[in-house]
Design a protein around this ligand. Structure first.
Ligand code: AHR
Length: 493
């Protein structure tokens, strides 16, 4: 039995905020050091210490926003240690991530330079857990004040005359856990205090993001919205897709059992329920949806690759990760009225990465290709889509086999699809109402694989990559797609 999708091309459902295609890069494992930063003395191809190959690959994703410096690292980070001559910068222990030496060679100036190279907006996360109000306030002054002041003068002495434009600023991270183990009432009070001194200098207007809930901690959202909702522009939410148990074994990225495919898809779809329920609470205090939900950490989290440092969170990336990414984008787009930003964890070499590096070598992951194919949705107008999916059944349970979203931009319609069944092919009939006359001009791309753990390696970097998709026919107003198992792709009309 085929599945049915109706797309009403004349019913517009708002703009898909490009920031849901955002990223996150932490001082964790080999993300910042090796992944981005190799230093000015490196023999690798770099610009002012930043890898050119990684930047070139990421530029192709049109990354709209990049979160830094953490994560848990943010609430241990003291920004003043990371400015000034590099040789003089303080060496500290990265206690949260592997106990390695952090030499602070990548600091504020280097991060802003990276953002300029990527043409992406910075999203800085400040330190509430172990920092002070003054420290946070001075960081914002250092970055954004253009006049005469102690911090602006110091920035100039350190080689940057003009203030940087900075919109997104997080007031702490996971303050229920690594960011201070706080109760929501206590953090809400601290948020109110800290954010007071996050100033707008000149024309720079900061979008303040409060540290939000872990997974289904709805009480956290309730307390934050009740006690401080009017003082924030965004409230974060963190949820990772973990097939197993966070403490007892998350599951392997590569050697997963067949049943872990189904459970991974099911857990990825759980994001929909979480956003729905947190949104309901936000709606109570903010019915006009002024405060954005900022899903600033999401993605798969597996056991680290055997033989790698457990504190570095390095994992391989397969066609399974690609489907998880596709499902998340569809969920974020579905909730585009409330979800204003999302940041995958993390961009390079950590968790569900776009890029893996080994010395000078670099590979693009299946997840990278989903970001690349789906970038057409960035800032596009969402179209009304109705999906009647068959169930994908596994051992007495089921989830929808197919997920579809559509948007329009610059006289084109883009239809993205995910088919999560790992065993059976399927047929999908898509009725594109109001656009029939252009159905003879369709192109498509698809990412699929024959094995559930298909992935790219440094020896075989193009094992999983998008190919032209032509296995569809047009019958009047309908496009009929024949999809293989485990497929994600985009049609352009
Ligand atoms: O992304 C890895 C870690 O996961 C982040 O540092 C933290 O915020 C979360 O628990």
């Amino acid at each position: 039995m085929s599945q049915k999708v109706i797309i009403n091309s004349d019913i517009h459902k708002g703009t898909i905020n490009k920031n849901i295609y955002g990223h996150f890069a932490e001082h964790l494992g080999r993300c910042i050091y090796e992944g981005f930063w190799v230093g000015e003395d490196s023999e690798m191809d770099h610009t002012n210490g930043i890898r050119n190959d990684v930047v070139a690959a990421l530029k192709n994703l049109n990354i709209p926003v990049l979160r830094w410096p953490g994560g848990c690292f943010a609430d241990e980070y003291h920004w003043k240690d990371g400015v000034g001559p590099r040789a003089d910068r303080k060496r500290m222990v990265n206690t949260h991530w592997g106990g390695v030496v952090e030499n602070n060679h990548f600091g504020t100036h280097e991060f802003m330079m990276l953002c300029e190279m990527l043409e992406t907006e910075p999203y800085i996360c400040g330190n509430v857990g172990s920092g002070t109000v003054q420290e946070m306030s001075e960081w914002v002054e250092y970055m954004t004040f253009d006049g005469e002041s102690p911090m602006a003068n110091w920035r100039k002495e350190n080689g940057r005359d003009k203030a940087w434009p900075l919109t997104y600023f997080g007031v702490g991270n996971e303050n229920w856990g690594c960011g201070g183990n706080m109760r929501p009432e206590f953090y809400a009070d601290l948020y109110r205090q800290f954010q007071t001194y996050v100033r707008n200098y000149g024309d720079n207007k900061i979008f303040k993001i409060a540290g939000g809930a872990n997974v289904d901690d709805y009480n956290w959202t309730e307390v934050l919205m009740r006690e401080a909702g009017w003082l924030m522009d965004g409230l974060s939410l963190h949820y990772y897709t973990i097939p197993g148990d966070f403490f007892k074994g998350k599951g392997s990225a590569l050697d997963s059992r067949e049943s872990e495919w189904y459970i991974t898809m099911k857990k990825a779809l759980h994001m929909d329920e979480l956003i729905t329920k947190h949104s309901l609470i936000m709606d109570k205090y903010d019915p006009d949806k002024r405060v954005g939900m900022i899903v600033d950490e999401w993605g798969t989290w597996f056991d680290v690759e055997p033989g790698t440092n457990p504190g570095f969170l390095y994992q391989q990336n397969t066609i399974r990760d690609a489907l998880v990414a596709g499902l998340h984008f569809h969920i974020f787009q579905k909730h585009n009225e409330r979800v204003q930003m999302a940041n995958i964890a993390q961009t390079v070499n950590v968790l569900q990465a776009m890029i893996l590096t080994e010395g000078e070598k670099m590979i693009l992951t299946p997840t990278y290709h989903v970001f690349e194919m789906f970038k057409v949705h960035q800032d596009a107008t969402k179209l009304d889509v109705d999906v009647a999916s068959n169930p994908y059944e596994w051992q007495g349970e089921n989830i929808p086999a197919v997920s579809v979203q559509a948007s329009t931009k610059e006289d084109h319609i883009h239809i993205s699809f995910c088919h999560v069944d790992h065993q059976n092919p399927t047929t999908v009939q898509i009725d594109v109402r109001g656009y029939e006359e252009k159905l003879d001009q369709i192109t498509g791309r698809i990412l699929t694989a024959g094995e559930t753990n298909a992935h790219n390696t440094f020896e075989n970097p193009d094992q999983v990559k998008p190919v032209a998709y032509e296995d569809f026919t047009v019958n009047g107003t309908q496009i009929e797609l024949r999809l293989p198992p485990m497929a994600v792709g985009v049609l352009t009309i």
